[in-house]
Write a protein that binds this ligand. Structure first.
Ligand code: IPE
Ligand code: IPE
Ligand code: MG
Length: 258
């Protein structure tokens, strides 16, 4: 039986990979690939916002990326400042609220300042939430949240028996995000690289051969079309899914499990 297309994904997350290989193939320094990649960020944000995606989350710098050569790390930190400064007015005008996840306290001061400014300048945006994962690693985010909960248990404000998934997720830097519906990775590799492990537990995964600097509005349109043709079952059977409204399936599962 043919199912009707899914609604738009509410939360799209992207692992923006392939900048270095794009540059290498053109005999350019890696940082030129990152600079070109910044243009794709613009395409992704504009397109997601035009389509009506509510949450777009971009993996911009992982906790492990600190181990890259220092010149590349510094180049990336400056590009983030350029992005924050050049895009701020337009993001604000388009109602895009910028948020960050990860251990952003590890960023150098000048990057932290520019990013914080961007976050404050766009705080009133209601059209789309653009989340930048900066110095982000999912395992570290879970560990940091556990530290917060443990401190609350120690000071007596949290009963250990009250710790559940809601409590854990509320203590993570991703607390304001709904679960990921569609997770895209460019660059041709099929791995998650420690991105949103809990939040993407039931996400559809899409691995694209396109290098991130070649990501165009059409790439995102095609990804969304692909997603809308999929049946998401959340552990249920196909028959159960077809008799329900697709938007309510996650809550049906929760209710059935008590
Ligand atoms: C992704 O591109 C951007 C960051 C990790 C900051 P890469 O720099 O990983 O590009 P490849 O994988 O080397 O091609
Ligand atoms: C993942 O890409 C991180 C970002 C896109 C920011 P990497 O290139 O760092 O991941 P691996 O090394 O291929 O796992
Ligand atoms: Mg890479």
């Amino acid at each position: 039986m043919k199912t009707s297309p899914l609604p738009l994904p509410r939360h799209v997350a992207i692992i923006m990979d392939g900048n270095g290989r794009w540059a290498k193939a053109r005999n350019l320094p890696r940082i030129d690939g990152h600079a070109e990649g910044a243009k794709s960020v613009r395409h992704a944000v504009e397109t997601a916002s035009r389509i009506g995606i509510e949450y777009l989350t971009l993996y911009a710098f992982s906790a492990n990326n600190w181990a890259r050569p220092s010149a590349e790390v510094e180049g990336l930190m400056s590009l983030m400042v350029d992005f924050a400064r050049t895009e701020c007015a337009e993001l604000r005008q388009n109602g895009i609220r910028v948020k960050v996840i990860g251990q952003t306290e590890r960023l150098p001061q000048y990057t932290k300042d520019a990013v914080n400014e961007l976050v404050s300048a766009t705080v009133a945006g209601e059209h789309m939430t653009l989340t930048l994962a900066l110095s982000y690693g999912a395992r570290q985010d879970v560990l940091d949240a556990l530290g917060i909960l443990a401190a609350r248990v120690k000071d007596g404000s949290l009963d250990p028996s009250a710790i559940d998934e809601t409590q854990l997720r509320a203590a993570m830097t991703t607390h304001f995000l709904p679960d990921v519906d569609l997770l895209i990775r460019t660059g041709g590799e099929s791995r998650i690289s420690d991105f949103l492990l809990l939040e993407a537990a039931y996400a559809e995964l899409l691995f694209l051969p396109t290098m991130w600097p070649e990501f165009k509005p059409e790439t995102l349109y095609a990804a969304i079309d692909h997603y809308r043709g999929i049946e998401r079952r959340y552990g249920l059977t196909s028959e159960q899914i077809q008799s329900a409204d697709s938007r309510t399936v996650p809550s049906l599962v929760r209710a059935a499990l008590g």
